[in-house]
Ligand binder design. Structure first.
Ligand code: SDX
Length: 432
């Protein structure tokens, strides 16, 4: 079949130019404009990457109009129902679902890398107790590169694999330590007899004085939430990890950059912002006034947990989390939970309001996740840290894919310059 081409023509008489059109396995074609500057001396202008594919990827596929999300081809609904988080981590990292033996080995390796270097614990005391957990997480994860020198040769596949295991295994320990530090309680060493999620909950809520008993329904809910957050193609934090990785930076530094990027309220920080918003609305009777403020764009008020760059239909993860939310509240006998009711009422109002309908704004992954976290006893400031814990799997898989990609180059966008053209320096004495 003849190569598909896209023709760019100019209104000023410059001859038109053809560009190859690349076709993926599913999803929109992309126009390969890499030669544009060399051929025309012009750049494309696309702030926010509205129409730009920054890379090739085999990992996650989203169809935003249909509300479809697939990890390595498997629909998120099936994965969330039938898999464990580490099974999903294996899938995302390796491309295929593991068989029993492969999963056993994978779980074993992760389980045996959960401890952190004892000296890393001292880092925490350098932070204020009231520091935001994401600030601590950025610092401590970045610091891992100072401890694990033996796995930062990015050109060695085995070294990359060891770093990947270290990050996936240690993130729950580091995240739980971050929480313990804010409460003033002692850090809990990981217990390798526990599953990945139970171990995390144990390190969060266990103390040396009392036995922590995992609740299977709550563990399953947390496991499912981690699955739903594990990867999401080229979102802002993943793109940050890729950009940092394109310079040859070590994996711990790249993941730390991803954590910083995730923190923003337009991205992963939205889960925390949703709970703050619900607390501010307080009562269903205040919803109309809040919605009015959002629509009037008054004081930057936004309906947090709503809207998505890619999903112009319901985020499939939000549907699953809403169901999980029901299960958790039922288990904890919190069926009449005020926040959940308020969130559902707010969702209903927004879904019927012309402003949101016209702009195709639906609940995203962050709208209901915070209510589940809160019901599990996790403090609001820790929400985004848990997102980071889960997303580490996606980040590390995407970073690995980047390093192995023959098309990979340092990420270096250009600009449309609108500042002053060349002018002569004015000495201080002559300045007005
Ligand atoms: C995540 O990309 C990913 O995949 C991210 C993520 C992942 O798994 O990695 O899915 C996780 O980050 C989820 C998103 C969490 N953020 C929020 O919930 C914050 C609230 N949402 C918005 O900030 C916003 O919807 C974004 C950032 C999510 C998307 O921004 P876009 O695509 O740049 O859209 P936009 O800001 O240009 O909005 C288009 C219009 C605007 O109105 P007009 O100027 O055309 O009149 O919709 C309005 C916006 O003002 N709008 C909202 C709104 N979201 C968009 N208005 C009110 N409330 C909102 N939440």
């Amino acid at each position: 079949m003849a190569e598909k081409l896209a023709t760019l023509s100019f209104s000023d008489g410059t001859p038109s130019i053809d560009f190859p059109v690349l076709t993926g396995s599913v999803g929109p074609d992309v126009i390969d404009v890499r030669a544009l500057y060399a051929k025309t001396g012009k750049f494309t202008y696309d702030p926010g990457f509205m129409s730009t594919a920054s890379c090739r990827s085999n990992i996650t596929y989203i169809d935003g109009d249909q509300g479809i999300l697939q990890y390595r081809g498997y629909p998120i609904e099936q994965i969330a129902e039938d898999c464990s988080f580490l099974e999903v981590a294996y899938l995302i990292m390796n491309g295929e679902l593991p068989n029993q033996k492969q999963l056993g080995e994978f779980v074993d390796i992760v389980t045996h890398h959960t401890m952190v270097h004892e000296q890393l614990m001292r880092f925490y005391s350098g932070f204020r107790r009231d520091a935001h957990p994401m600030a601590v997480l950025c610092g401590v994860v970045g610091a891992l590169s100072a401890f694990y020198h033996d796995s930062i040769n990015i050109h060695d596949a085995r070294s990359r694999e060891i770093s990947a295991f270290r990050l996936i295994a240690k993130l729950p320990t580091i995240t739980a330590m971050t929480y313990k530090y804010t409460t003033g309680q002692p850090f809990m060493y990981p217990k390798n007899a526990l599953s990945y999620v139970d171990n995390f909950l144990y390190m969060m809520f266990g103390t040396p004085c009392e036995e922590y008993k995992p609740n299977p329904t709550l563990s399953r809910a947390m496991d499912r939430i981690l699955i739903l957050h594990a990867d999401h193609e080229q979102n802002a934090s993943t793109s940050t990890v890729r950009l940092a990785g394109s310079t040859g930076a070590n994996p711990f530094a790249c993941i730390s950059a991803g954590i910083a990027s995730l923190w923003g309220p337009a991205h992963g920080g939205a889960n925390e912002a949703v709970l703050k918003m619900l607390a501010e609305i307080e009562d269903a009777k205040n919803i109309p006034a809040f919605i009015k403020r959002v629509k009037d764009k008054d004081g930057h008020a936004m309906l947090m947990g709503f809207g998505h760059r890619v999903y112009k239909n319901y985020d499939p993860r939000a549907k699953i989390i809403q169901k999980t939310c029901h299960e958790v509240l039922e288990e904890l006998d919190l069926k009449d939970d005020k926040l959940f009711k308020l969130a559902m009422a707010l969702e209903k109002v927004a879904l019927e309001d012309e402003y949101f309908v016209k702009r195709k704004l639906y609940p995203n992954v962050d709208f209901y996740s915070g209510i589940v976290y809160k019901a599990l006893g996790i403090p609001v400031a820790m929400f985004t840290a848990i997102f980071a814990l889960a997303r580490t799997v996606g980040w590390i898989a995407q970073w690995n894919e980047l390093i192995s990609d023959p098309d990979q180059k340092i990420g270096r966008p250009r600009q449309l310059f609108t500042g002053a053209a060349r002018r002569e320096f004015v000495p201080m004495a002559k300045r007005k």
